[in-house]
Design a protein around this ligand. Sequence first.
Ligand code: TXA
Ligand code: MG
Length: 517
Amino acid sequence: MTTEHFRMSESELSEPELFRAAEIISNGGLVAFPTETVYGLGGNAFDAGAAAKIYAAKGRPQDNPLIVHISEPSKLSEVADIVPEKARLLAEKFWPGPLTMILPKKSTIPDETTGGLKTVAVRCPDNRIARELIKRAGCPIAAPSANLSGRPSTTKFSHVAEDLDGRIDAIIDGGDSAIGLESTIIDLTGEVPEVLRPGYLSVKDLSEVIGEVHMDVPVEIKGGLEFVKEEKEEGHPKAPGMKYRHYAPKGRLYLVQGNEGDVIRYINKLAEAAIDEGHTVGVGATTDTKERYRFGRVLDMGLSQDEEQLAAGLYDVLRQFDTIGADIIYMEYIDGGRLKEALHNRLRKAAFQMLYAPRPMQSSRRRRIIFVEGHGNARSAMACALFGRLYEGSDMEALSRGIVVLFPEPLNQKTEAVMVSNGLAVEGFVSQQLSDSEIEQDTMLFAMEERQRRQIISRYPSATEENTHLLSEYVGDELEIMDPYGGSLQTYGICFEVIRSSVQKLSDKILEEKTYG
Ligand code: TXA
Ligand code: MG
């Protein structure tokens, strides 16, 4: 079958193409269309034959019911037999929008659409293309997410084409999905309403409108992780779709949980080992952490604090791992903020295994790190303060020292300005001359320039090739950290950023040794 492609936007609908798409639906065919959550694969909800085609196109088990989409909240009574007060209140507040309600079904909805259930899942999507399509088709549209069964849902036209081209009649390209996660599903047929699938709207959002709402526990704790086990048990999740491994990339996805630094170090360690074994490794990082990964293809999922962006891009990232051919994927178990319920639910279902990043061992002896430069009141002071901030309260101690300190000086003025604007403590700083007695057995010295490193080794008996390093070289950077002296405030600012990045890598490397030996 050749799949027709139509293209439009919510602000500029294409009338002839909408008409054509609606015609396909009313003739029993299938059209994939955009919604604000993910793309849907639509067919006439009153037509048992269309439902059968949907299952076949997706390769989806027939017991997994479809969501019925309506064009207006007022159409709810055309598909639901009983509309309780709470459903009315929720529709009023959240429709059109990312909320699906389970209600007793009308007899006009065939069993094929609901997977044999006497209930129906209904949603009025907040996307003009979707609603205008439903309106023109003249029937509600049954639509699961428009992906092959088990794969990540689709949030872009290219995703849909990749999975369904040749398997369905048409795809409407309406741009990227705004939300990127499937709707929240709430079951209103029991005594207390129950969330069966978390989504953009949280339990809290819903209970603010209708009072008590339960979270179906199995949905929350059963991820793809427990999938294998679950299959053997008599587990019977209420939303049939939730029992399958879902949203999964082709490679094995490992979610890594723990403190940010521990997670990064663990992923670096695992990725390096997996690459050595010949695997193609993908790493799911955030914009904030991506530079700290040293191995594998690192994909940026977005800013760690911007859960909306993380959600909107999640399925695209999962699919990109397939594109790069990753057979092993390590991903940060992002916090998820307001969307934690939904993001964690999807990630766990997509994952092969959850890993916990080990903590570094604390030793009883304090270990000393000395940053050294000429006068000891600019670059070394910045590095020392940055390192100290990363290691506050730990068994590491950082010092800033000079090679030539004729008399104790305060911080260089521009250094002080840059440090203050970056929230670092500057009070009471005076430069100090490096003394040989400070170089203890496992002390490490870090110079900013190679010339200075050699000076240190030649002048201090305890400084050796083994314990005295060029900072940039030690962390795998190419360029020495040059003296900003005489430069503008901006020059100092740039120097600070270079040092910040090097010190971060240094800390990762030292902690890697402390954790893994
Ligand atoms: O955001 C969404 O909901 C997207 C867009 C296209 O609207 N649709 C979507 O459909 O995610 P799908 O088929 O991928 O997921 C539907 C979920 C499945 O877990 C299914 O088991 C559940 O809804 N479901 C459907 N009808 C149900 C019913 N009568 N009772 C319980 N669960 C039901
Ligand atoms: Mg789906």
